[in-house]
Ligand binder design. Structure first.
Ligand SMILES: [Mg+2]
Length: 250
């Protein structure tokens, strides 16, 4: 791979989170997701809806996700079973086509990579609803990319300290940086989670935190009310205007 020769823009690659970043978290998808996870926990763990509500919160704090906690606790669950349940029933129609976002992404000539904890099917559906061709991204780094061991017949490496790899774990960021092939100092990571931004910053990424309620985050180089604020808050993305002659990648 030949690195892009950039004299103006500090960024050669931009990592975009998906959920609550490329579309507004206030449309309510997340509430449905939480409810679906609680229903799944209620069935699998044979607990009441009230207990499932507290378990989901406990699992998120202890393991980063309910799936990670269930696997760590020894439940025999395939990730596809979990994802098809918790994402399969989501009201995707709440995600509306966003031509402004499409134009914004098209105007960014650096390497664009989607970096999400969600599974590939969810990413495809959400992008389709947004009216974004997934091929606008050079890569989609998703649950399956970060966790190939969960889809293989090979036993888990005894050296692996995590059963499930997700942001904000350093392993997830190391994978994304390795896959992208860029120096993290020449990458911009855009995400709505402060935990993720803190983790990304600690590994050398430039960071932009997205969210209407975000007032301050020392590890965020940029604070964005929404993804569309990227143009005014991070104009250096567009500084370079001769990408067509210099952005040569093998
Ligand atoms: Mg997110």
């Amino acid at each position: 791979m030949e690195l892009i020769s950039s004299q103006n823009s500090p960024f050669e690659c931009i990592l975009f989170d998906l959920d609550d970043t490329l579309y507004d978290g206030e449309i309510g998808i997340h509430g449905f997701l939480k409810k679906n996870i609680e229903d799944f926990l209620s069935i699998k763990c044979k607990v009441s809806p009230e207990k499932a509500f507290s378990l989901r919160s406990e699992f998120f704090c202890s393991h980063g996700s309910s799936l990670a906690a269930l696997l760590a606790l020894g439940y025999d669950i395939h990730p596809d079973e979990y994802h098809s349940y918790v994402h399969g029933k989501l009201p995707y129609e709440l995600i509306q086509p966003d031509t402004s976002l499409l134009h914004l992404l098209r105007s960014i000539h650096q390497t664009k990579i989607l970096f999400t904890n969600s599974d590939r099917e969810h990413a495809k559906k959400a992008l389709m609803r947004l009216g974004i061709d997934e091929n606008i991204f050079e890569r989609i780094i998703c649950f399956e990319t970060l966790n190939p061991h969960l889809f293989s017949e090979d036993p888990l490496s005894p050296n692996m300290d995590q059963i499930v790899v997700l942001k904000p774990s350093p392993s997830a960021f190391h994978a994304a940086i390795r896959i992208s092939g860029y120096d993290p100092h020449r990458m911009l990571f855009v995400d709505d989670s402060e935990k993720n931004v803190v983790a990304g910053k600690s590994l050398g990424l430039n960071t932009a935190l997205v969210g209407k309620k975000v007032m301050k985050c020392e590890d965020a180089d940029y604070l964005l009310e929404g993804i569309m604020n990227l143009r005014e808050e991070v104009p250096e993305i567009w500084k370079m205007n001769n990408w067509s002659t210099t952005s040569v990648r093998a």
